[in-house]
Design a protein around this ligand. Structure first.
Ligand SMILES: Nc1ncnc2c1ncn2[C@@H]1O[C@H](COP(=O)(O)OP(=O)(O)OP(=O)(O)O)[C@@H](O)[C@H]1O
Ligand SMILES: [Mg+2]
Length: 355
């Protein structure tokens, strides 16, 4: 028996035992360096092969716990799902957690909220560790550099980014990587603004947060986050519509045109989208104007939006409409969507790691 399978059976130092089929590795010949996007909704890893092609692996940042009994064990084996046993419960993580939530008519649990480790899921650390290790796979060698995204300085709530960052730092070190944090908005700049000498504005529009970075020649002149994102839109629209938030999420993700809402539900979603974009622009303006030692931007810059919340049809048009209503402190040439909005943060983190 290999050391790894022995460890699996005995449990690791946190008393976690893994079961179910082992994860298949594609056996790619990868170059050194990894990028990891740690998001409230999705975890995404990026690695480059020897031909320069980038490969992504993403996993929903969610889990579900079920009672340990023969029935559930058999069902999980039949579904081909990996599970872990921890403190008398069985846990299924990532995408299969949603399948299981359907079967049991329950909601999945989320280890993170509003961009950071959730205080309501304080005992979920072993589960997060499994999620991260499934997203990243094994390091190619001990201490392989891994850049992981963290929220920029949060401006509207008291949040402990330091705790969040250090937990992931420790966790990645334990998995055999040499971790370095990178502000999420800065990662968008690395992914999208190479042609502009890494000068411009990167915005990651996520589930728990919007992360913003104003960068001048690779250096972040301003990097901050707001605790409003897709979840904020869903929760607020749900409240005014008298619905549950997951129902609004479903309507939103099914495909909504933000410049042409078709009914009351879509209109409510658009109102909160508009509000969120305006809030983001006003915050950039306020911060930009009050910051000291701001570099002089000689040329107009691009604003690039990435993240799941930017995927809604018409997002850039709505953004451009709101932009006109704000006296923005910088000259802007284009407002555009990232070329791969769901992977941009992982891609930018990888680019930073490989440098
Ligand atoms: N087609 C779509 N239209 C609108 N919103 C979408 C669409 N697809 C996904 N979303 C929303 O995007 C969000 C997830 O985006 P993303 O994966 O960028 O977030 P995250 O990185 O996990 O979160 P964060 O960075 O805030 O911690 C969710 O709120 C989801 O509802
Ligand atoms: Mg994100």
């Amino acid at each position: 028996m290999s050391d790894e399978s022995k460890k699996k059976q005995q449990g690791n130092d946190e008393g976690v035992v893994q079961g179910g089929p082992a994860k298949q590795d594609k056996g790619l010949d990868l170059a050194m360096g990894r990028g990891l996007d740690i998001g409230t909704c999705n975890l995404v890893s990026a690695a480059q092969d020897k031909n320069g092609d980038i490969h992504y692996r993403s996993l929903r940042n969610a889990f579900i716990d079920v009672e340990i009994n023969d029935f559930t064990k058999k069902m999980l084996t039949k579904l081909g799902v990996q599970y872990i046993l921890h403190q008398k419960r069985m846990y299924v993580v990532g995408n299969p957690a949603f399948e299981l939530a359907n079967i049991f008519n329950r909601e999945t649990r989320r280890p993170m909220a509003a961009g950071l480790l959730s205080p309501h899921e304080a005992d979920a650390l072993p589960i997060i560790r499994l999620l991260v290790s499934q997203t990243l796979g094994e390091p190619a060698r001990e201490n392989e550099p891994c850049f992981f995204s963290v929220p920029g300085d949060p401006i509207d709530v008291q949040m402990n980014v330091m705790y969040h960052r250090d937990i992931f730092n420790g966790l990645l070190t334990k998995l055999g990587f040499k971790p370095t944090p990178i502000a999420e908005g800065h990662a968008v700049v690395f992914a999208e603004l190479a042609d502009d000498d890494f000068t411009g504005i990167g915005i990651s529009c996520g589930a728990g947060m919007f992360n913003i970075c104003v960068s001048y020649k690779t250096v972040p002149a301003l990097a901050f986050s707001t605790s409003r994102g897709g979840d904020w839109i869903d929760n607020n629209a749900a409240m005014v519509l008298g619905m549950k938030a997951p129902r609004v999420t479903a309507i939103k993700e099914k495909g909504i045109d933000l410049v042409q809402p078709r009914n009351r539900e879509e209109e409510a979603i658009v109102i909160y989208y508009r509000n969120l974009i305006n809030y983001t622009l006003l915050n950039i303006k306020k911060r930009f104007e009050s910051a000291e030692n701001m570099p002089t931007f000689a040329n107009p810059v691009d604003i690039v939006c990435s993240g799941g919340t930017a995927l809604a049809q018409g997002f850039v048009d709505l953004f451009a409409q709101e932009f006109k209503n704000v006296e923005f402190p910088l000259e802007v040439k284009n407002i555009r969507l990232a070329s791969d909005p769901l992977n941009a943060v992982a891609q930018g983190s990888l680019i930073a790691a490989m440098q």
